[in-house]
Design a protein around this ligand. Structure first.
Ligand code: PFF
Length: 449
C-alpha cells in the first residue's frame, strides 16, 4: 500500500468536507422535502436530527478516519482487529455508487438549465410555462443523458487528478461565492409581494403536518446533507494530519450546512407563495421558482447564470466525494491506479444511472413499490441505506473502539474537554441508535406519505 494522501491546508479539509455536505441536498432537496413534509415543523425536526444525531456521527467518522489512516473499507477491520467489520465500509461504498448514479442525473439538469440560459429560453415566461419547461427539459432522453454524462466526465476528470489538487483549490473560491449569492437571492425573494407567507411557512412550525413518513424523511435529509453513514467523511478525515481540530471542523461544517439549507428555504418559499405555487410541488420546486424570481429583476438572467454555476459547483464537490470513496476503497490508496479506477467507476455509475435519468421521460410509467426508478433509488439511499450505515457506524464506534482511544484521538489538534466529549459519546452510544431504530420502526410499512 502506498502513502496516504494528505490535505494541503487545514481550511482545505474543511472546505472539501463542507463541499461534500453542501450540494443538491441543501439547495434542491431540502426545500422540496420541507415543502412536502410540513414546512416549519419539518425544519425543526431536521435541525434537531442534525445537531443531536449528525454532530456526534460526523465526529465519529472524523475520529476513526484519522485514527485508521486507511481506506473506507479496511479502516473498520483495522481498528477493530477483525476484518468482519469491513462490511460497514462496503455498504457505504455501494450506497455511494447508487447515490451518484441518480445524483448525476440532477447534476445534468443544472447543466441543461445553463445551456437554456444561453439560448435565451428562460426569459419572460409565465409561472406555468416555467413548470412546463422543467417537464420538457427533464423528459428529453437524449439531452438529459448527454448532460448526465457531462456531469460524470467533469467528476471523473477532477477526481482522477487526486483529491487535494482537484477539490481544495476550487472550493476555496466557490464556497464563499455561493454563500454571498444566496444572501443576495434571499433579499431579492423577501422583497416579493406576499413573501411573508413563505417565511411563515418555513419558520413557523405546525406540528399537525408531521407524519411518521415525514419524520423519516427529516432523518434521511439530515444524514444526506451531511454525507453521513457512507464513510465519506471518514475517508476525507483519513487524509488529515493529527494537528487538525476535529470538533471545530465538524461544527463549522454543520453550521454552514444549516445556514445554506435555511437560505435555500428563504430563497424559495417566498417565491412559491408570491407566485401562487404549491410548496409540495416536489423536485420541480427550485427549477420552476428560481427562474421566475430572477426573471423579475434587472440583469436577472446574469444572476441566474451565476447561481446555476455555483449550484453546479456545489453538486460537483459532493459528487467528487462520492466517487472518491469508491476509488479509495478499490485502489486502497495506491495512487498509481487512481486514474484508471476513477474512469472505470465513473463510466459504470453513468450506465447504472441511465434508467434513473429516463424515469422522468421514456420510463416514467415504470413503477416499483409505487415509485419511479429515480424515486426508488433516492428513497432506498436516503431513507434506508444512509440511516442504516449511520446506525452501524454509531454502534461500531461506540461499542468496538475504546472510549479512551477516541478521546485521545479527538484531543489531538483540539483542547476539547472530557465532559463535552462524554456528551457526544453518550449520544453516539445510546441516542443515535435508539433514535434511528425508532424512526425506522415508526415508518416501517409506509411506502409513501
Ligand atoms: N451531502 C450531499 C448533498 O447534500 O447534496 C450528498 C451526499 C454526498 C451524500 C456524499 C452522501 C455522500 F457520501
Amino acid at each position: 500500500m502506498s502513502q496516504q494522501e494528505q490535505w494541503r491546508s487545514k481550511i482545505g479539509f474543511v472546505l472539501a468536507a463542507a463541499g461534500s455536505a453542501i450540494g443538491l441536498g441543501a439547495i434542491w432537496k431540502f426545500p422540496y422535502v420541507a415543502g412536502t413534509g410540513g414546512g416549519g415543523a419539518f425544519l425543526l425536526i431536521f435541525l434537531a436530527f442534525t445537531l443531536v444525531l449528525g454532530m456526534p456521527l460526523l465526529l465519529a467518522e472524523f475520529m476513526i478516519g484519522r485514527m485508521g489512516q486507511s481506506d473506507p473499507i479496511q479502516t473498520y477491520g483495522k481498528l477493530a482487529a477483525n476484518n468482519k467489520w469491513n462490511f460497514i465500509g462496503k455498504i457505504g461504498v455501494f450506497t455511494c455508487f447508487i447515490l451518484l448514479s441518480f445524483y448525476s442525473v440532477v447534476g445534468g439538469w443544472i447543466i441543461l438549465y445553463i445551456i437554456k440560459i444561453f439560448s435565451g429560453g428562460l426569459v419572460g415566461l409565465t409561472q406555468d410555462q416555467y413548470g412546463q419547461l422543467f417537464g420538457e427539459i427533464i423528459s428529453n432522453p437524449y439531452s438529459t443523458i448527454a448532460a448526465q454524462l457531462a456531469f460524470m466526465l467533469i467528476t471523473i476528470l477532477v477526481v482522477a487528478q487526486g483529491v487535494q489538487k482537484g477539490i481544495e483549490v476550487a472550493s476555496k473560491i466557490m464556497m464563499p461565492a455561493l454563500l454571498l449569492l444566496f444572501l443576495f437571492l434571499v433579499i431579492r425573494s423577501l422583497s416579493l409581494d406576499g413573501a411573508i407567507e413563505g417565511v411563515k411557512f418555513l419558520l413557523v412550525p405546525d406540528f399537525s403536518k408531521l407524519t411518521s413518513g415525514s419524520i423519516l424523511f427529516a432523518l434521511g435529509q439530515a444524514f444526506f446533507t451531511l454525507s453521513l453513514g457512507v464513510s465519506v467523511m471518514l475517508t476525507y478525515a483519513s487524509y488529515l494530519p493529527k494537528t487538525q481540530n476535529l470538533p471545530q471542523s465538524a461544527l463549522s461544517i454543520i453550521i454552514l450546512n444549516i445556514v445554506i439549507a435555511i437560505l435555500a428555504g428563504l430563497a424559495i418559499f417566498p417565491g412559491v407563495f408570491a407566485f401562487g405555487l404549491k410548496p409540495n410541488a416536489g423536485p420541480v420546486l427550485i427549477f420552476s421558482v428560481l427562474p421566475a424570481v430572477f426573471d423579475h429583476m434587472p440583469f436577472g438572467m446574469l444572476f441566474f447564470l451565476a447561481f446555476l454555476l455555483l449550484f453546479l459547483f456545489a453538486a460537483l464537490t459532493s459528487a467528487f466525494s462520492m466517487i472518491e470513496i469508491i476509488v479509495a476503497a478499490v485502489t486502497k490508496n495506491d495512487t498509481r491506479r487512481r486514474k484508471k479506477v476513477t474512469w472505470v467507476t465513473g463510466i459504470l455509475i453513468f450506465i447504472v444511472g441511465i434508467p434513473a435519468c429516463l424515469s422522468y421521460g421514456a420510463l416514467a410509467d415504470v413503477q416499483l413499490f409505487h415509485k419511479t426508478i429515480f424515486d426508488l433509488m433516492d428513497y432506498t439511499v436516503s431513507n434506508i441505506l444512509m440511516p442504516l450505515g449511520a446506525l452501524l457506524i454509531a454502534i461500531y464506534v461506540s461499542w468496538k473502539i475504546p472510549k479512551k482511544d477516541l478521546y485521545t484521538e479527538l484531543k489531538q489538534g483540539s483542547n476539547v474537554g472530557y465532559a463535552l466529549f462524554s456528551i457526544c459519546y453518550f449520544l453516539l452510544k445510546y441516542i443515535v441508535p435508539i433514535a434511528i431504530i425508532i424512526v425506522f420502526l415508526d415508518a416501517a410499512g409506509l411506502s409513501h406519505w
